[in-house]
Design a protein. Structure first.
Length: 91
C-alpha cells in the first residue's frame, strides 16, 4: 500500500481526497481547529522524520543546496553520489 506522509500544513479535505483517489493513504496529523480529527498511525508518521533528515543531509552539501550543476544529469549525479556517501556512512 502507498502512503503520503505530511505535516499539519497539508491537512485539508481536498488533499486527503486526492490522495485517496489515487489509491494511497494520507498520514497527516489533524490541525487543532479541525472539528473531527482523523485517525493517525503514529508509528508510520515517525518515518517522516527519517525522510526530512535525508533532505537535511543532502542540503548540507553546498553543490546540491545551491544547485551548482547547471544541467539536470550533473545535478542528479551529484545527488546520487551524496546519497551513496550517506548510505556508506550509516552502513
Amino acid at each position: 500500500m502507498d502512503y503520503l506522509l505530511g505535516d499539519k500544513g497539508y491537512d485539508s479535505d481536498a488533499i486527503v481526497a486526492k490522495v485517496e483517489a489515487q489509491g494511497a493513504t494520507a498520514v497527516i496529523p489533524s490541525r487543532k481547529n479541525r472539528k473531527q480529527p482523523r485517525e493517525l498511525d503514529k508509528d508510520l508518521y515517525k518515518l517522516r522524520h527519517l525522510v526530512e533528515n535525508a533532505f537535511l543531509h543532502l542540503k548540507r552539501w553546498r553543490g546540491i543546496a545551491t544547485r551548482y550543476a547547471k544541467n539536470l544529469s550533473s545535478f542528479v549525479a551529484a545527488v546520487q553520489i551524496r546519497c551513496l556517501a550517506l548510505w556508506l556512512a550509516i552502513s
